[in-house]
Design a protein around this ligand. Structure first.
Ligand code: TXA
Ligand code: MG
Length: 345
């Protein structure tokens, strides 16, 4: 298939909308990561998303909307807390889960009786959703198991030749996927941490809890609340380990380990903080940002993982970026990429 690649413009939006309305696939930017969009109300269109990504069909999609009226068309039993959260954080990097109305095809929700809904804060995304009919199912626009795309080049790497169109809106501003909150229980339950933190949600909606699977390994036998959490996501090709502990010990452990691996002929990568980037004496060093600036690390993490894939490193050693506001989301993605492989020194 020939994939149309176009920069964001009124013409591109019109073409993207037409492709979506006739059941095709269009990748487009959002403020979090690039999404792979299809008409959420068409069974056949949603099913193409799973095929293009190589994604298991029991892993439900997020329905993206561009106005509040659309929320009531697809979901029911919407609690007051959800309206408060929507008023404060929509458009924005927040996904909420509700009971679904029958109009939403089972293919879109992976057979669940709930639907995940988000209104993204990105002009290109909002324009394309409107032009595409108002309900656009969109997972991250990566091949299943690869890091989510934070610029159009990443989408091209994974999906060129497989989907109808890629709209290039430049690099995203956040870099990690939206916060997902299940609104079907007594209190909001965070299933995936993101830019909007537990504190942010508590501030607006009162009581809130975080799914215990968020920072620990989830066994394959349990059935996680967000089906996507059971798959090994964001995985680089290399083995990866997160090294945590006293800063000097972390640096000297990483230096020692890389010397060892390089002497065996293995190529190694380091994910370093700004603070330590000049302290490593070997390996390919990539700086993710200042230790206490989770926003910087979020923006850089997936790009760095993709670069290491290209450079064919055998082992990635990463510093831990624990602590500081917003670090929960960064640590969740980092630990998933590492398969929860942590060394404490
Ligand atoms: O920031 C984002 O959310 C991006 C952009 C494109 O909007 N989208 C995204 O979609 O990250 P995806 O498909 O890569 O991740 C969606 C996650 C999956 O883990 C899925 O299992 C979960 O949301 N999910 C979707 N619908 C659900 C539902 N009804 N109940 C529980 N989890 C759900
Ligand atoms: Mg994804």
């Amino acid at each position: 298939m020939e994939t149309i690649i176009e920069e964001y413009s009124p013409g591109a939006v019109a073409r993207a909308g037409e492709i979506i309305r006739r059941g095709g696939l269009v990748a487009f930017p959002t403020e979090t990561v690039y999404g792979l969009g299809a008409d959420a109300m068409k069974e056949d269109a949603s099913s193409k998303i799973y095929a293009a990504k190589g994604r298991p069909s029991d892993n439900p999609l997020i329905v993206h909307i561009a106005d509040m009226d659309s929320l009531n068309v697809i979901s029911e039993d919407i609690p007051d807390a959800a309206y408060k959260l929507a008023q404060r954080y929509w458009p924005g990097p927040l996904t909420m889960i509700f009971r679904k109305k029958p109009i939403v095809p089972d293919m879109t929700t992976g057979g669940l009786n709930t639907v995940a809904v988000r209104m993204p804060d990105c002009p290109a995304a909002l324009d394309i959703i409107r032009s595409g009919g108002g309900f656009v199912a969109a997972p991250s626009a990566n091949t299943s198991g690869r890091p989510s795309p934070t610029c159009a080049e990443h989408v091209i790497e994974d999906l060129k030749g497989i989907i109808d169109m890629i709209v290039d809106g430049g690099p995203v501003s956040i870099g990690l996927e939206s916060t997902i909150v299940d609104m079907t229980g007594k209190i909001p339950l965070i299933l995936r941490p993101g830019y909007i933190t537990e504190e942010d949600i508590r501030h607006v909606a009162g009581d809130v809890a975080t799914d215990p699977g968020v920072l620990s390994a989830v066994s394959d036998k349990e059935r996680p609340r967000a089906p996507g959490m059971k798959y090994r996501h964001y995985a680089p090709k290399a083995s990866m380990v997160v090294v945590e502990g006293d800063n000097d010990r972390v640096v000297s452990y990483i230096n020692g380990r890389i010397k060892e691996l390089e002497s065996e002929g293995k190529k190694c990568g380091v994910i370093s903080s700004e603070d330590n980037k000049n302290s490593y004496i070997c390996g390919i060093i990539k700086c993710a940002g200042a230790r206490n600036r989770s926003d910087e690390v979020a923006r850089n993490l997936y790009r760095i993982l993709r670069e290491f894939d290209k450079e064919d490193v055998a082992m990635i050693l990463s510093e831990s970026f624990n602590g500081g506001t917003g670090s929960t989301a960064v640590m969740n993605r980092l630990l998933k990429a590492a398969g929860h492989n942590i060394i404490r020194v």
